[in-house]
Write a protein that binds this ligand. Sequence first.
Ligand SMILES: Cc1cc2nc3c(=O)[nH]c(=O)nc-3n(C[C@H](O)[C@H](O)[C@H](O)COP(=O)(O)OP(=O)(O)OC[C@H]3O[C@@H](n4cnc5c(N)ncnc54)[C@H](O)[C@@H]3O)c2cc1C
Length: 368
Amino acid sequence: MKKLVLVGGGHAQLSVLRSLATARLQSVEATLITPSEHQNYSGMLPGWMAGHYTQEQCRIDLRPLVRAAKVKLVLDRVTSLDTHQRCVTLADGQRVNYDVLSLDIGSETASLSLAALGEKLLPIKPLDAFFAAWPTVLARVRAQPGLRLVVVGAGAAGVEVALAARFAFSRAKLNVKVALVVGSAGLLPGHAAAVQQRVRRLAERFGVVLHQAHAQALATPRGLTLSDGQELVADCVIAATGARAAPWLAGTGLTLDDAGYVLVDAHHRSLSHPNVFAAGDTCARQDVAMARSGVHAVFAGPVLAHNLLATLSGQPLHTYQPKPRPLYLLACGPRYAVASWGDWSAQGAWVWYWKNWIDRRFMRRFSA
Ligand SMILES: Cc1cc2nc3c(=O)[nH]c(=O)nc-3n(C[C@H](O)[C@H](O)[C@H](O)COP(=O)(O)OP(=O)(O)OC[C@H]3O[C@@H](n4cnc5c(N)ncnc54)[C@H](O)[C@@H]3O)c2cc1C
């Protein structure tokens, strides 16, 4: 029996579970270690905040998938990895041995510079915690009108969350000021100027105040000081401040990039350990720059699945070629979205229905 251990129930690992269900390998004992029996789908989180979806519609139940794949499900977190002994250690102290290991643990929100905000700080990840906390924010707003919400983050997540919050408050007729702090480089870096302009205008139309400045938490946690000298008083600060790698990867002996992500080749195989694979936000490709976005975690999934099974059976590996221009569909609060694809962009209710169709189709693929 060979031992395949999957760490994290992320987007790419869902394809691995589906492949295992079809392959039904007799000589492989597979285990999935992940903290929850549900995998949240970040693409629909802004729609959930805006009230378009229930939480059930935004999460995948892993239990039917593991049952079909005959995979053992262990609900815990990996806290360390010993690549010499070929075993992972879980938060409860249990050790699990592997022959082949697959990491799809995502990334964390890089919000350390805002830590002085204390309880006011709400990082967007882990998503489980955010899903649990957002209804509390809504309840506070209802009890205490006039609250000030600040979202920090220039990327797609920051934009979508700020606009979703604005829409949720307006719909409930709640008086809340929403500001979005996008850093000195400005809104949606990496997207075409036309996309940035579209989103800027929509933010203005919907009542989200943009601040193009860097944010730091004040020593007394009244809110944020901005690099332009302004003080932004806040009752709640949502951090969508980009990704950081899980700190425990540093002690594993795996070759990492400068930011601490697992360096992989085009097969998504570790550069240092050929029996370790990684996909999604937790990896960095050595051969090509790849954004940390769900698109790549999803599309790398079938390749990861093939390569894990091929490694176990001595077959040739496949490569994953990221598309140079991935499509981004940015939800803007109401059933309205902006499409961004290289230099091409568009907006409208039809873009939202297009995004809704893609998201729901993805969820259906992994629903029982
Ligand atoms: C609000 C928001 C909207 C977004 N919208 C989009 C979008 O529209 N399009 C897009 O391409 N990207 C989007 N993204 C980015 C996208 O969420 C991530 O790139 C994507 O989730 C990465 O997938 P993943 O499989 O790497 O990790 P995840 O989806 O984060 O999954 C990782 C899994 O591993 C588990 N895990 C973590 N640590 C451990 C551990 N130590 N041990 C065991 N298990 C562990 C987690 O609980 C989780 O289940 C959005 C992000 C946010 C926050």
